[in-house]
Design a protein around this ligand. Structure first.
Ligand code: CP
Length: 306
């Protein structure tokens, strides 16, 4: 994986993903052993869109490996505010750093960045398109919490049209055995046609599309909740009408299996009531922690230090 880019979760084979998960598990067991493997290396975090988890976990990951971090979370403080192109910014940053993590509102921007970079580029989210390191986080969470990646019935609920984490997760999970999806969304926010046709149908994955959580929650091994993506709506009235389409509360949780897990890429708005947080099946904060460890493993692999 040395010197590769990560633009889509499909850029890595299942075997390569497994290598990353195995390294993440070793780091979780013995973090001290890895605390200097990136001494002298620099991670650049270029965030053209807001973030809490992805940026901080990347930065924390690099620091815990002994490396340093530079970057921005406010693009107006950089020369892009003077009209500098993304290509020129990336050429510069790849002189100053050894690896780049970039989030940008435009679909395809991470791919463009990788074409102008001399160092590995990690897509930390490009518009409504892909969020591959969230998918690594999600897969490590499922593997750790359920003991395997094969053989799950997964409900994905919320804004399936605009949620980049959803599209990345379905693409990645479709490569595992005996996976079934139940896609739960309002009809205005159903999964994009290319995911239905080119990922689900082409790979002969069993799936159904429904509107109500209550009708299917008892069947699920994993419930993956997502936020209605306010920033992707052109019409505020439409957002206000749909924003509270789903609220997972204990009344609904009481209908679920005792070993179902609830995941969420976070941030949450209203879609999971805080009363669910103390249920042992709620793993979304643990999931964010796995995100830091899997990013440590990813950085180490792309820099070729492990
Ligand atoms: N899950 C995720 O991408 O969170 P942030 O937007 O806070 O980075």
């Amino acid at each position: 994986m040395n010197n590769r880019n990560l633009i889509s979760p499909m850029d890595f084979s299942k075997e390569e993903l497994n290598e990353i998960f195995e390294l993440a598990e070793k780091i979780i067991s013995n973090p001290k052993e890895f605390s200097h493997i990136c001494d002298g290396k620099i991670l650049a975090t270029l965030f053209y869109e807001p973030s809490t988890r992805t940026r901080f976990s990347f930065e924390s990951a690099m620091m815990k490996l002994g490396g340093n971090v530079l970057g921005f979370s406010e693009p107006n403080s950089t020369s892009s505010a003077k009209g500098e192109t993304l290509a020129d910014t990336i050429k510069m940053v790849s002189i100053y750093s050894d690896i780049i993590a970039m989030r940008h509102p435009k679909e395809g921007s991470a791919k463009v960045a990788s074409m102008y970079s001399n160092v590995p580029v990690i897509n930390a989210g490009d518009g409504g398109h892909q969020h591959p390191t969230q998918t690594l986080t999600d897969l490590l969470t499922i593997k750790s919490q359920k003991g395997k990646l094969n053989g799950h019935k997964i409900g994905i609920c919320g804004d399936l049209k605009n949620g980049r984490t959803v599209q990345s997760l379905i693409s990645a999970m479709s490569r595992y055995e005996e996976i079934e999806f139940i896609l739960i969304s309002p009809k205005e926010l159903v999964i994009p046609e290319y995911i239905r046709e080119e990922i689900l149908k082409r790979n002969k994955i069993t799936f159904k599309e429904v509107e109500r959580i209550e009708d299917v929650i008892s069947e699920l091994d994993i419930l993956y909740m997502t936020r209605i993506q306010k920033e992707r709506f052109f019409n505020e009235e439409e957002y206000l009408r749909l924003k509270d389409s789903y609220i997972l509360d204990m009344e609904k949780m009481n209908k679920a299996k005792k070993d179902m897990i609830v995941m969420h890429p976070l941030p949450r708005v209203n879609e999971i009531a805080t009363e669910v947080d103390s249920d042992k099946r709620a793993v979304y904060f643990k999931q964010a922690e796995y995100g830091m460890y899997v990013r440590m493993a990813l950085i180490a692999k792309l820099l070729g230090v492990m």
